[in-house]
Design a protein around this ligand. Sequence first.
Ligand SMILES: C[S@@+](CC[C@H](N)C(=O)[O-])C[C@H]1O[C@@H](n2cnc3c(N)ncnc32)[C@H](O)[C@@H]1O
Length: 495
Amino acid sequence: MPPSAQHQANSRESVSLPQTLEQGVRLSQSRLWQWQRRYYDSQGALAWQQGSVPHYVTSNAFIAEAYAKVVLGYLRDCAATLDPGQPVYLVELGAGVGRFGFHFLGSLQERLARSPLAGLRVQYVLTDFADANVEYYRSHPRLLPLFAAGLLDCAQFDVESTPELSLRHRGVTLSPGGIANPVVFIANYVFDGVPQDAFYVKDGRLHESLVTLRAPGPIADADDPKLIEQVELRYTHEPLTLPYYQDEDWNRILLGYEQRERTGGFLFPCTALACLGRLQKLASDRMLLLSGDKGQHCLDDVCGPEPGLALHGSFSVMVNYHAIGEWVRARGGETLHSGHRQASLSLNAFRLGTNDATELRLAFADHVASGGPDDLFLIKKAVDYRYETLNPEQILALVRLSAFDAKIFWGCVPALRAHIEAGRLDAGLRTDLLAAVDYVLQKYFPIGDEMDLPAAIADLKSALDRPPAKPGPTRGLGHRFGSMRVLPPVPKTPR
Ligand SMILES: C[S@@+](CC[C@H](N)C(=O)[O-])C[C@H]1O[C@@H](n2cnc3c(N)ncnc32)[C@H](O)[C@@H]1O
């Protein structure tokens, strides 16, 4: 029997399996992760087109701009040590459909050109373990010119195993020790979806949390990723004695959690740490990692309830950024986090290598830690579905503030049309709107979802060309400026 037929036969045998799919298994060894891989592998871009995989918060124009400012700071810090004859590689892991990378590269290029580092060669590498995603990059009309200009490449890279980068466009392999300049890695919403282990501290003692998975009834295909949404996950906590892992640093981090004696469960990012070890080798110890995910970076937040799964076609868990920080600090590196707990997305920078980090720290504090992507996302959620309460100036301010984000603009389109039709835009506002629309379109990265922005913008423009249905007061007739009413100039009276 050929291997694939054998595999199918094995899967069918599971029809008659009892409902318990696995019992007493380490979380990182659970079949949950196989379903996860199958999901991404089989769906490709469809997972984003159908809106199953959450990605707005990690892929919008604003977060990409914030990261670009941080990377520019890092490059300024490294400037004196850079080899100008070699590119600086910026490598995104688990890049999905490539929307973040498109925004980031545009934003970084624009800033580099206006900075003392103008002329520095950068090359962005979109990577994913799913071949369908990597091929998607190579066919996307917005990415083709970037490939052609030598600014972009792509590679299949598995966070679980790959030690090097085989660049598909240039046909070059970057191997450990073979990269001249420091490397920037970006991993958004990636470490939350790759294998982790679960532990529990009770009575001051460390336990491993072993997984039992049960299906509600008979199952047709034990490999079907749809089971992610059907199975019940339970943990049993078994006392353990250190060393648990082969890696001494990992055991030291575990010991730290045990010695804190705080009761509760936590996740250990074993795959992310092993990957970081490989990335460190690939980058010859000089690297910056920017990573955003749901997770905790404070020791106080590490122990909590038993870790659950968030379901969205695939699934995700929290990322223990504190453990990643401990690992990086043990190697003499530096970690940057926000001073507060970020509600939707924990954003973190990890730096290894000996260079100065003044500009990096400044940029991270100003653009990521506070007033950054997590804050904008919270505000966006507050104004979503309330765009019609904003006046045209407020809408344009929000659009500019969001770095001309397509989704925010899309949300504002009905309100803008209503303002246009009611004649509430004077000549100045119309000019500002047309300028904003150009930026939004420049940054638009279509993925075949329901958002047909070009059509909506064409519609807005034709509304602008028509005389308003019922002309209303415009800015020139006196408008609100904060709480102060600004009146038209009063004619001077002769003394
Ligand atoms: C939740 S999506 C995030 C995509 C994108 N970074 C974003 O923020 O929208 C997770 C991505 O990680 C990829 N992925 C999953 N397991 C991976 C692995 N072992 N190695 C590399 N990529 C992986 C998936 O294919 C998917 O593109």
